[in-house]
Design a protein around this ligand. Sequence first.
Ligand code: GLC
Length: 522
Amino acid sequence: MPGEPAWWQRGAIYQIYPRSFADADGDGVGDLAGIAARLDHIAELGAEAIWLSPFYRSPMADFGYDVADYRDVDPAFGTLEDFDRLVDAAHGRGIRVVVDWVPNHSSDRHEWFVESRASRDSPRRDWYVWRDGTPDGGPPNDWMSEFEAVGRAWTFDEATGQWYLHSFMAEQPDLNWDNPEVEAAMHDVLRFWLDRGVDGFRIDALQRLAHDPLLRSNAGAARRHDQDWETTHDRLRGIRRVVDEYEDRMIVGEVALLDLHRVISYLNSGDQLHLAHNFVFAELAWDAEAFRVSVEDFEALAVATAWPAWFLENHDLPRVATRFDEPSGLGAPRARAALLVLYALRGTPFVYQGQELGLPDAEIPPERVVDVDGRDPERAPLPWRPPSQAGPGAGFTTGEPWLPVVAGAEELNAETQAADRCSTLSLTRRLAALRRQTPALQTGSQRSVDAHPEVFAWLREDEGARLLAAVNFAAETVPVGLPAELGGPPRVLVSTDPARREGEVRLDALELAPGEGVLVAL
Ligand code: GLC
């Protein structure tokens, strides 16, 4: 990358799920004022930006991803004034603000849909995807909702005798992007928030923005007809043009496709996304070879044309400590190593709230389940303080938290971890600081090196500065398997294992503990 890195390339982007971050008014649901009051935590993490999951007016069928008014804050989260205050406070600390934008669907309570469903002649009828059923009374085609529990992606509307499309819940009707009025209205939503000072958008379910206009079934087709249609790219270019009316803004797309070529096609042309969330990587098993191949694939396909982004957690996926670590109470070494991977790879790390604490998923008793798709465990409120001191809300709320906090909150809370040099929080802060001080980590070149088969090792290099990162994916201690002459004298800058003494090492004698990751200056 020639020149200085952009803000969205330098450091981590920290995802906030507002319901579960910090509750300022004691109603058990997080809010914008709560975020503003906790900006110190984000500043101390050295995050470049926060990405806020939706805080717009919503009946909360999908906890905010069903938007009833794109231009207002839901009262549960505060007001537009709270939002402005939050943006000012973040900017005052040099933290950029990225907001979620949900273009594929609105809430069924959005006035656009209320009007659309009112009659077949409604001027807004064509703002959503309405079709007649088959002659035998079935839905127009075989498309299924993204959520298994929802079943088919069509709901029959008794009053007007037609079906409407919903790629997610029935409460989330798909907007009809084939209609230019819809596109123009959604572009105006972008401008509304850009004018309020946001620095970028995370585009929700981007791959859904265009489907086969003939609505042909998926069965028997070589390629799915309900998403990732070629016209998605034109729509994305239109979005980018709006964002480029403003200076230094960024769009990151949720491109939930498991074919890396398709993901990169949204990224490599200079006039589409700046960053894409790579689900191929996010859904890997804990396997050194799989991680190496996934990273190399991205580099091979896109090193010259696209900047990578790496994430392993968000509000839709089980947490790393739960996916990769043994539930043994011995800490979460792999969750710590995963943080090192994110900060040491070439590309932008995305860190989901609580990941910096190494949180596992929370246990949700059946009577507390609220999400349609099993995602409550990773959405449990953030523990800020020990429950023994702060009460059962763990400093998240003085009220009754909307979801139970994680069982280990007494040790895993942010306050306790901040006071412990060996904690996952302290590790994350060190990784972020090291990345900030080290151009080779930000923009240096990258190549993987041959090591022990269960070790993923790679080099980052920039103008003579060389760093080695190595992570042990095995369940036992293994030799890193690197030649002594790789460079040196090697010095361990960071280890994810609190037991390791940092400082000079011999590479040919270096062994890594189970789940240990190291960053070594060469
Ligand atoms: C995205 C969001 C997810 C939401 C869905 C529908 O995948 O990340 O939380 O349920 O889109 O908006």
